[in-house]
Design a protein around this ligand. Structure first.
Ligand SMILES: Cc1cc2nc3c(=O)[nH]c(=O)nc-3n(C[C@H](O)[C@H](O)[C@H](O)COP(=O)(O)OP(=O)(O)OC[C@H]3O[C@@H](n4cnc5c(N)ncnc54)[C@H](O)[C@@H]3O)c2cc1C
Length: 337
């Protein structure tokens, strides 16, 4: 069985940029992802949403960004293993790693963990009746905003996802109400857009207490948690964005040190407590960590460059500039002489 230089766990934007960078550094790389498609949260959770904070793109739809990331990464013939979940990592006698998945075993000299929020499991709406309406009006993802066209939608939550969902649905839906029990935690610019939009804001101190309907959602009861006053709101759909429950236990089982929020790394090298295993993107935790695509890509570049030195100490950490590297033909198209 072939031993790869770098195996990337997770094919989200961070993992894809790690693959790109591995190619730039001449490494033989592989990516393994549990999902059937590359793209991580962007493709699984918000393919139709605009992303405004990518360098070089004033606005880009998440699915288009993923397409570009895949094209950029796959300029090299990297191995791609989809619908394969990594379940274990073991150090071999020669210092390399054997990586076990639910389908096979993979050998690699180094590993970069880019597993994001891990198994993507949304936090559920606590209203007791909500479970019986799941996918019959109560949703935890909005993969296709047009499915909400002409509907009366209540969005629950106050983070980036909730505010972005409300803004994306406002021009399509018949009416959008956002309900949140506290202060908005979303990006101030998005909150500003929300306040200037037609979205009805029930915040702070509002919660969805009950979901009503006969086979499908017809209304919700909102409760003002301080006054206990209840209001019935006629709606066709409830879109919940209450965050995710991540399974850091999986990483601990691999022998990787975690804190409450993610993998503990050295922020200078991205190395974990295990020599030769690095982590980047949403999966990592340190005091200055920002869970943004741009930050994950930067961490991926650092991890790959460090891994190259781990593989061969004669390599330099500091890569040469992209303009000095041997890029594939496709990347040279349009290059200035
Ligand atoms: C609604 C919403 C809107 C957002 N908007 C923005 C925005 O506008 N700008 C911005 O910068 N950021 C935004 N973010 C955050 C951004 O999506 C994340 O920072 C980014 O996706 C992190 O990328 P990642 O590659 O580290 O992880 P992920 O995108 O989570 O990808 C991780 C991948 O690892 C895989 N995986 C996990 N465990 C295993 C395993 N054991 N075996 C195999 N595969 C595994 C998963 O299947 C997944 O594909 C938003 C997030 C949400 C939810």
């Amino acid at each position: 069985m072939e031993t790869f230089d770098i195996t990337v766990i997770g094919g989200g934007p961070t993992g894809l940029f790690a693959l790109f960078y591995a190619g730039m550094r001449g490494a033989k790389a592989k990516v393994i992802d549990a999902l059937p498609e590359l793209g991580g949260q962007l493709y699984a959770l918000y393919p139709e949403k605009y992303v405004y904070d990518m360098p070089g793109f004033p606005a880009i739809i998440a699915a288009d960004l993923v397409k570009g990331c895949i094209e950029q990464a796959m300029q090299w013939p990297h191995a791609v293993c989809l619908e394969e979940r990594v379940t274990g990592i073991e150090r071999r006698d020669d210092g390399s790693f054997a990586l076990t998945t639910d389908k096979a075993q993979h050998l690699t000299k180094t590993i970069i963990i880019c597993s994001g929020i891990g198994a993507i499991k949304p936090r559920k709406l606590p209203a007791p009746s909500a479970a019986s309406f799941e996918d019959r009006g109560v949703h935890y993802y909005a993969r296709n905003f047009d499915a909400f066209s002409g509907l009366r939608v209540v969005v629950v939550g106050g983070g980036d996802s909730a505010v972005d969902y409300a803004l994306a649905l406002e021009p399509r839906a018949k009416a959008v109400t956002i309900v949140h029990r506290s202060q908005f935690r979303a990006h101030p610019h998005s909150v500003d857009l929300l306040r200037r939009s037609k979205v009805e804001i029930r915040q702070p101190d509002f919660e969805v207490k009950e979901v009503h309907g006969d086979g499908k959602v017809e209304a919700v009861t909102l409760v003002q948690s301080k006054t206990k006053e209840e209001t019935r709101l006629e709606v066709d759909a409830v879109l919940c964005a209450l965050g995710f429950v991540s399974d850091l236990g999986e990483l601990a089982r691999w022998g990787i040190e975690t804190s409450g929020h993610g993998v503990v790394i050295d922020p200078i090298t991205m190395e974990t407590n295990v020599k030769g295993i690095y982590a980047a993107g949403d999966v990592i935790a340190h005091a200055g960590k920002l869970k943004l695509i741009a930050c994950g890509t930067s961490e991926a570049a650092i991890a790959v460059n460090q891994a190259m030195v781990y593989i061969n100490p004669a390599n330099k950490v500091q890569p040469v500039h992209s303009s000095n590297l041997t890029l594939p033909i496709s990347a040279k198209v349009g290059a200035q002489p």
